[in-house]
Design a binder for this molecule. Structure first.
Ligand code: 13P
Length: 254
């Protein structure tokens, strides 16, 4: 791994837990990781718990993010949450284009692009997620799908607008399935994602941007993935709900 890219590991709590459980998990994550500065740690709780988790993480080096946002600033969008709402409860980060938003809720590449712009306009740091489905991989379209998702999201944006951007490669077939990509599979796609970013935003930007891998990461697979040259961190779902395992994943980097 190039030393200038500080690893970044996120815990995506998805739709799990109650307020009390979220508060306890946040406090436990803080206790285990607040003195560990070698890796940037982020957590992404469900919307209703963001304010309470922000309090638990106050003045710590653990970043707080939301799992999604709406692209409009305000209005009659029942159930939706704007970027400004997120910043107002203490969020600094937001996932954009997570595969569950794309494939369960139907967010198109264009919607993801709008969400990315809304996040940037509000000063949120985006984690832009891309990833291919199993049938796309089987058809030999892995690189093309990830490149299309990247291109649509990043088209027309400049590097200086994207200085806090983090990318996450999350193959859909690996999410929540226990089928973790091998370090070699992850590295192959990460290298192509970085090459695609170089074409879109230049080599210097591509060399600096951090690319996380996500999909069935566990404590025992974290080190092997992070050892790869273009894997700059991990985005963890299920295993991030247990503070002990999440802390082990964050600390797994050699
Ligand atoms: P799992 O780690 O549960 O497979 O989820 C990965 C993910 O979607 C993180 O955003």
């Amino acid at each position: 791994m190039t030393p200038k890219r500080k690893p970044v590991v996120g815990g995506n709590w998805k739709m799990h837990g109650t307020l009390g459980e979220a508060q306890d998990l946040a406090s436990e994550v803080r206790n285990r990781l607040s003195s560990y500065g070698a890796v940037q740690t982020l957590v992404f709780p469900p919307f209703p718990f963001l304010g309470a988790v922000a309090q638990r993480l106050a003045d710590s080096n653990i970043g707080l993010g939301a799992q999604d946002l709406h692209f409009e600033k305000k209005g009659a969008f029942t159930g939706a949450v704007s970027a400004e709402m997120l910043t107002s409860v203490g969020c600094a980060w937001v996932l954009v284009g997570h595969s569950e938003r794309r494939h369960v809720f139907g967010d198109s590449d264009d919607v993801v692009a709008k969400k990315l712009r809304a996040a940037l306009a509000a000063g949120l740091k985006p984690v832009l997620c891309v990833g291919e489905k199993l049938e796309e991989r089987k058809a030999g379209d892995t690189f093309a799908v990830n490149r299309r998702q990247l291109r649509t999201a990043l088209n027309g944006l400049a590097g200086d607008q994207l200085q806090h951007l983090v990318l996450a490669y999350e193959p859909v077939w690996a999410i929540g399935t226990g089928l973790v990509a091998t370090p070699e599979q992850a590295q192959e796609v990460h290298a192509d994602v970085r090459a695609a970013v170089a074409e879109l935003l230049g080599g210097a930007f591509a060399g600096a941007v951090r690319i996380q891998y996500g999909g069935s990461v566990k404590a025992e697979t974290a080190a092997g993935l992070m050892a790869k040259a273009d894997v700059d961190g991990l985005l963890v779902g299920g295993a991030s709900l247990k503070a002990e395992e999440f802390a082990a994943i964050v600390r797994a980097r050699a």
